[in-house]
Design a protein around this ligand. Structure first.
Ligand SMILES: Nc1ncnc2c1ncn2[C@@H]1O[C@H](COP(=O)(O)OP(=O)(O)OP(=O)(O)O)[C@@H](O)[C@H]1O
Ligand SMILES: [Mg+2]
Length: 365
């Protein structure tokens, strides 16, 4: 059967960005689908803003092409792209009232005067700021200013909205509220969202797919759950959430799987997804580690060094005889939550909780 030809909403082909002789974006290939909520996630300086600015047209690639709706826009200025940006520092014009801030883009694009008030009202209503058109920016809270910045971008009805850490300046509670509002807006408008954050939890909760970047390169692209449960590199496993990293030695490999030794115990690895070589890293999330009292179960005998109350549950840190440190988290009322520092504990996990990773962190498992 012939597959339909799909054209991405935004496509980056072998995009490189150099400043002087430093490559800050390295051979980036990325397709953003129509209507998708895609997040660029990565540490400070990994090239997120630079990538966004190239899509917006405020920076130009040193090499490679950028297509929007199939058309090559690589050399086109920002106003010839149907893309709008909410910048990392979202400053509103301080000398303009809220409604004028939102109307600004319409005026510069010579929108008929009679249309402007209704479009401004509609954009402000989308972010629940209809009542605030007559205020000065300084009379608004940080979260309200942020919403006006969003309205200023939405009023132009872009097909692609680029959001560079739009919630970075907000306190945790407001940030969570705005996350919900943004998701709601995304569903309602059907606009393609390209969102940037260095907050992994924010990325996991908001995105259809996440692009994990590191040093100007893409480490992994996938749906949130896949990025969290099946990281392909050590960098991704450690950057997204907390994880236990165990050094393991491959003992035996046969048709049905692999037997390895880690933290002094023998463990089966499911499937054949073990990178070549005698050594492999195993990533196991703390919430997958359990305390067992069943002597017949394979387990790591460790000693609890710390017990940390984290509100929703308890986290324990324990040392295995070979020096491996393991972190386990559990809900109140589970055997894990009752473990006290100094006590011995037997820790176990299901074979499917283990993600094998290449030791050097290069390539895919
Ligand atoms: N105009 C410029 N001239 C020279 N180097 C630059 C320029 N803009 C960015 N860089 C460098 O490019 C790299 C990527 O910067 P970028 O702003 O894209 O990072 P980022 O991922 O957005 O980081 P953050 O999370 O801190 O915002 C950084 O090392 C930065 O110093
Ligand atoms: Mg940035």
């Amino acid at each position: 059967m012939r597959r339909p030809l799909t054209v991405g909403k935004v496509v980056l082909e072998n995009v490189v960005k150099r400043y002087g002789n430093v490559e800050v974006v390295k051979d980036l290939n990325l397709t953003i689908n129509q209507g998708e909520f895609l997040t660029l996630l990565g540490p400070s300086g990994c090239g997120k803003t630079t990538t966004l600015m190239m899509i917006a047209g405020f920076e130009f690639p040193s090499a490679g092409r950028i297509r929007i709706d199939g058309a090559d826009v690589t050399d086109k200025p920002p106003f010839l792209r149907n893309v709008n940006t909410v910048f990392q520092n979202y400053a509103l014009f301080p000398h303009m009232k809220v409604a004028d801030n939102v109307a600004f883009g319409l005026r510069t694009r010579r929108t008929p005067k009679s249309e402007i008030p209704e479009r401004v009202r509609h954009a402000l209503s989308l972010v629940q700021m209809e009542e605030y058109g007559g205020r000065w920016p300084r009379q608004l809270s940080g979260g309200q200013q942020q919403r006006v910045a969003l309205a200023r971008a939405l009023v132009l009805q872009p097909e692609v909205l680029l959001l560079d850490e739009p919630l970075g300046a907000l306190d945790l509670k407001l940030r969570k509220e705005m996350q919900v509002e943004l998701k709601h807006l995304h569903r309602k408008l059907g606009t393609t969202f390209l969102f940037v954050t260095h907050d992994q939890e924010e990325a996991l909760t908001m995105s259809d797919r996440i692009v994990v970047m590191n040093g100007g390169r893409i480490e992994q692209i996938g749906p949130s759950a896949e990025i969290y449960d099946r990281p392909k590199t050590r960098f991704v496993a450690e950057f997204i959430g907390e994880t236990n990293m165990l050094k393991a030695r491959v003992l035996e490999r046969n048709g049905s799987g692999t037997l390895v030794e880690a933290a002094g115990v023998r463990l089966p690895l499911l499937g054949a997804a073990v990178p070549p070589g005698d050594r492999v890293l195993l990533s196991v999330r703390p919430e997958r580690v359990r305390v067992t009292t069943d002597p017949s179960q394979q387990a790591v005998l460790a000693r609890v060094t710390d017990r940390i109350y984290v509100g929703s549950g308890v986290k324990i840190i324990a040392n295995a005889p070979d020096g491996t440190t393991l972190t386990a988290s559990g809900m109140p009322g589970t055997p894990l939550a009752d473990c006290m520092p100094g006590e011995p504990v037997r820790l176990t996990w299901d074979a499917e909780a283990v993600v094998p990773l290449p030791e050097a962190g290069e390539g895919a498992a």
